[in-house]
Design a protein around this ligand. Sequence first.
Ligand SMILES: *[C@@H]1O[C@H](CO)[C@@H](O)[C@H](O)[C@H]1NC(C)=O
Ligand SMILES: *[C@@H]1O[C@H](CO)[C@@H](O)[C@H](O)[C@H]1NC(C)=O
Length: 369
Amino acid sequence: MLRLRQSTLFILFNVAFQCITSQSWLKQSNIMSWQLNPQLYLLGAAPKCTAANARLSPLQNAMCTNGGYMDHMSSVNVGLLLALNECNFQFSSNTWNCSSVEMESLLEGIKDVEASKEDAFLHAVTSAGIAHAVARGCASGTISKCSCSKMKRPDDLHNDWVWQGCGDDVSYGYNFASAFVDLREKESNHPKGSEGLALTLMNTHNNEAGRRTVSKDYVVACKCHGVSGSCELKTCWQELSPFRNIGNKLKDNYNIAMQVGFNKDGTGLRNKAKSKRSKRRASKEELIYLKVLPSLCKRKADGSIPDSMVGRRCNTTSTGEDNCDVLCCGRGSEKRTVAIKERCNCVFQWCCFVKCDECIRYEEQDFCV
Ligand SMILES: *[C@@H]1O[C@H](CO)[C@@H](O)[C@H](O)[C@H]1NC(C)=O
Ligand SMILES: *[C@@H]1O[C@H](CO)[C@@H](O)[C@H](O)[C@H]1NC(C)=O
């Protein structure tokens, strides 16, 4: 009797756990269904290169059309969406908050932040998004050139556990993103010491930093089997880290990005730092940039301060860019009481969802005036 109860409990736990995981998958597939035309697949029609939500360069277009990569484009779309969503999240409390970025332009580079630290982040997060989405596309069966991860069983995996299940093909995602995203940078021959060459070198470096962050950040995920509750049997597979983790790492790298300039013969980039001690080389995962973005608070020709920050939420005690004095360009801030809707009194219902009420909480927040 006791044994039976134990196993029932375990099944319950297992089911609840699956509910949670399937919910997070649901979120992921919501992102996808927004972008994709599901009929494209239901009818067995080949996806088109023009279906990609981005302006492809001539070589990228040729790779897609003639190289047999059309079925990668839905994952490219998902990758761009991940990237843009992450940019908005990571920069929500910065002066430059990513709201000027359009998804269609992500692959070609954004003119108004060109060569800046922000541009470095954008290139890295775009390349990372594509590597991430393609690796997952392999596992979900939408891409014909790849399937489940071919990574070999980790040496330190417990002997009794089974290396099985369909893992994300992280290395395929990395390789595809290298080939596809960087292709654009190989289309023109820029002379030594030119601005074009500097930008090409910068972009290529930051693209690599982004997809490297993805390829290093996978985890081994496992699932318990059996009814005994002791989890004797486990199957494990390779799984990508959630894109939020990648975004956090890239934002950290943005904060410590390195300013670079041409070396003596104008063929490569090097650290611009003056002092010998800080003059190290950028690692392959660090972000590099050429120019500092002009402050969005810069006074206009008539001496007035632009009002573009009016209404932005700020924080009077923060030491970061969201500090009210910084974010409001010195125009001041005010406190407002804001009503926040929240889910509350949540109860688990058999089976399998959580039922919640909606509660309203009032909070004082600071806003730029
Ligand atoms: C982003 O910044 C712009 C300019 O300050 C502002 O108009 C916009 O409301 C901001 N968007 C968000 C989501 O905060
Ligand atoms: C404001 O900034 C402080 C210091 O960084 C932080 O502890 C606090 O959580 C922030 N408040 C909000 C509402 O974000």
